[in-house]
Design a protein around this ligand. Structure first.
Ligand SMILES: [Zn+2]
Length: 99
């Protein structure tokens, strides 16, 4: 494939792959069974319930919440966009502009 910059027509063009990958720090990763059972224990203490009830409630809630959050964070493959970088005019442009 002959690469030439659509802006300055230089051939000093390099293919760069734009990574569309986002940070994996989502809400789902924050909601762990440990945090939820701890939360459940806190709730149980607040309502004067035995800690085991809170633990069970927390785990149950965690399972529910986890499945809900997982359905929201269903992997929808982001379109991989290939970019070119021109070393002559420092422009970035998608590869389809080359054709
Ligand atoms: Zn250029």
């Amino acid at each position: 494939m002959h690469l030439s910059c659509p802006f300055c027509h230089s051939t000093n063009v390099m293919l760069v792959e734009a990574s569309t990958q986002q940070s994996t720090t989502t809400l789902a990763s924050l909601v762990t069974p440990t945090t939820l059972s701890a939360l459940g224990t806190t709730v149980a203490k607040t309502f004067n319930l035995p800690p085991i009830v809170g633990g069970i409630a927390g785990t149950f809630l965690g399972g529910m919440l986890g499945s809900v959050l997982n359905s929201f964070t269903e992997p929808s493959a982001p379109p991989q966009q290939n970019l070119c970088f021109c070393h002559n005019c420092y422009q970035k442009f998608p590869t389809h502009l080359l054709h």
